[in-house]
Ligand binder design. Structure first.
Ligand SMILES: *[C@@H]1O[C@H](CO)[C@@H](O)[C@H](O)[C@H]1NC(C)=O
Ligand SMILES: *[C@@H]1O[C@H](CO)[C@@H](O)[C@H](O)[C@H]1NC(C)=O
Ligand SMILES: *[C@@H]1O[C@H](CO)[C@@H](O)[C@H](O)[C@H]1NC(C)=O
Ligand SMILES: *[C@@H]1O[C@H](CO)[C@@H](O)[C@H](O)[C@H]1NC(C)=O
Ligand SMILES: *[C@@H]1O[C@H](CO)[C@@H](O)[C@H](O)[C@H]1NC(C)=O
Ligand SMILES: *[C@@H]1O[C@H](CO)[C@@H](O)[C@H](O)[C@H]1NC(C)=O
Length: 410
């Protein structure tokens, strides 16, 4: 075969960024809890304290064979933190098991879980649960030790009520563990220090962060912030958050297309995944390159304001729930895809070339070959221009590492 054709074929393969998801479970008639008894369910339905169609997953974390979901706190949602298995011998849609137990949930009791939001599993198997509290109870932070019989600890009460959204964890070798927390009603990031058991607000001038993501474990680390009121994406160094600063100046990176982001996640190779209000695809961006969105995954019609929640596990699997609201009843599915990349909590891969972007390398080869053998490609062709831009970007980011890799191997 002509080398030009081979290169084109390779190029097409490497540019196909969407991944194949497989369905793990589906809930065509909506989700439900595992109730202590049929009677308790009937009573809750009767007195209006439970409306099954109000179950709405917001955040997800995965540890080994368990998935944890936080559910939006509506008045008819009695439990906001649940677990389900990652697989099942039965094809029936699994019930959501209140986690760590029914008794740990209570609407009016400040010593119970009231409104779980952001979730994260740390490197030693503790599930961190951000709890928005209630009208009468301050926001708080829990850890649940998944390795030790789900031992549950209320580790911190914040000095404010409500409106917390998401958290990310920054486990440093020398300064301890920090949680960075977004609040949709304030222009600040709350920094919690586990060792100091203290929290403080760091002003983020001009940015009301809603969804946040943390770069992989490699200094300098960055926190990415999506604005609540616009589709703007910002970043800031976490050095300032760790060292006690009171104000920070996040830097504008760009705008997500279509809408604001309600959920972001970063993998251990530096790619950010973002879900946007009302949008039926997940965007991704490799942060080692210029800001440019890719479609990581795309669905048909969903008609949902918050169609996805997702998480990466430590084995390279991307998990997500998808909501389809085109019919009268909310339909949920749990999907998974092997993506190779792990959660940002895992060590980054130890390669000389970060995030090797084959598409751009192949684009270089293509252009070289084309000049040499086949001067038939129109250089004004948009597709060729796109490859060219990608190649230039790639060389800016990886050229030095590539030459080190090729010519100075030890
Ligand atoms: C994805 O699935 C489609 C249809 O099932 C298949 O044709 C394609 O080869 C798959 N792609 C990958 C990368 O596995
Ligand atoms: C941490 O501080 C909170 C108050 O902010 C307190 O309620 C809690 O008991 C403290 N936890 C520990 C382990 O000292
Ligand atoms: C904290 O870090 C920031 C950014 O690195 C720096 O500008 C600031 O001076 C530091 N503050 C203190 C108190 O060390
Ligand atoms: C992002 O969108 C805002 C409007 O919301 C606009 O003012 C700004 O120029 C855009 N910034 C970039 C980098 O595209
Ligand atoms: C963006 O989201 C809002 C709700 O937050 C929705 O009303 C609006 O239609 C969305 N815009 C687009 C372009 O989808
Ligand atoms: C959502 O459900 C409708 C039927 O209610 C179906 O036609 C549509 O294909 C579904 N969307 C997706 C992405 O599966």
């Amino acid at each position: 075969m002509n080398p030009f054709v081979i290169v084109i074929v390779l190029l097409h393969l490497s540019l196909a960024t969407t991944v194949n998801f497989t369905q793990v479970f589906e809930w065509p008639d909506g989700m439900d809890y595992e109730w202590p008894s049929e009677e308790s369910r009937t009573n809750a339905l009767k007195d209006g304290t439970f409306k099954p169609e109000k179950i709405a997953p917001r955040f997800m974390a995965v540890y080994k064979t368990r998935i944890f979901l936080s559910l939006y706190k509506f008045s008819n949602i009695p439990v906001t933190l649940v677990s389900l298995p990652t697989s099942s011998a039965s094809s029936a849609s699994p019930k959501l098991t209140p986690f760590p137990s029914w008794n740990m949930h209570g609407e009016r009791d400040c010593s119970k879980i009231q409104a779980a939001r952001g979730l994260e599993v740390d490197s030693i198997g503790r599930l961190w649960v951000l709890d928005s509290g209630s009208e009468n109870c301050n926001a708080k932070l829990w850890t649940i030790d998944l390795v030790n019989a789900d031992h549950t600890k209320l580790i911190h009460r914040f000095s404010f009520r409500g409106w917390v959204n998401d958290l990310v964890l920054d486990q440093t070798p020398s300064s301890g563990t920090f949680a960075y927390i977004s609040r949709e009603d304030e222009q600040n990031i709350v920094v919690f220090s586990l060792e100091g058991n203290e929290s403080r607000a760091v002003e983020t001038l001009g940015v009301r962060a809603y969804s946040i993501a943390l770069s992989p474990k490699k200094e300098p680390r960055h926190l990415y912030l999506s604005n609540f009121e616009s589709s703007e994406l910002y970043s800031m160094s976490v050095a300032a958050l760790r060292n006690g600063t009171r104000t920070a100046n996040p830097k504008l990176i760009g705008n997500w297309t279509g809408n604001h982001s309600y959920r972001m996640l970063m993998d251990n190779q530096g790619t950010i995944y973002a879900a946007l209000w009302w949008i039926n695809y997940i965007s991704s961006w490799n942060t080692f390159q210029q800001f440019e969105e890719q479609r990581f995954q795309e669905d048909g019609k969903l008609d949902a304001s918050w169609p996805f929640t997702f998480s990466l596990d430590s084995m390279g699997t991307f998990w997500m729930t998808e909501l389809n609201e085109t019919a009268s009843k909310p339909k949920y599915r749990l999907l998974k895809a092997a993506v190779g990349a792990k959660s940002y909590m895992c060590e980054p891969p130890k390669t000389g070339i970060r995030n090797f972007d084959y598409s751009a390398l192949i684009a270089c080869l293509l252009l070289g070959l084309e000049r040499r053998y086949h001067p038939v490609v129109n250089p004004e062709d948009e597709k060729i221009k796109k490859f060219q831009r990608a190649a230039q970007r790639w060389f800016r980011g990886n050229g030095n590492a590539l030459s080190r890799h090729l010519f100075h191997r030890k």
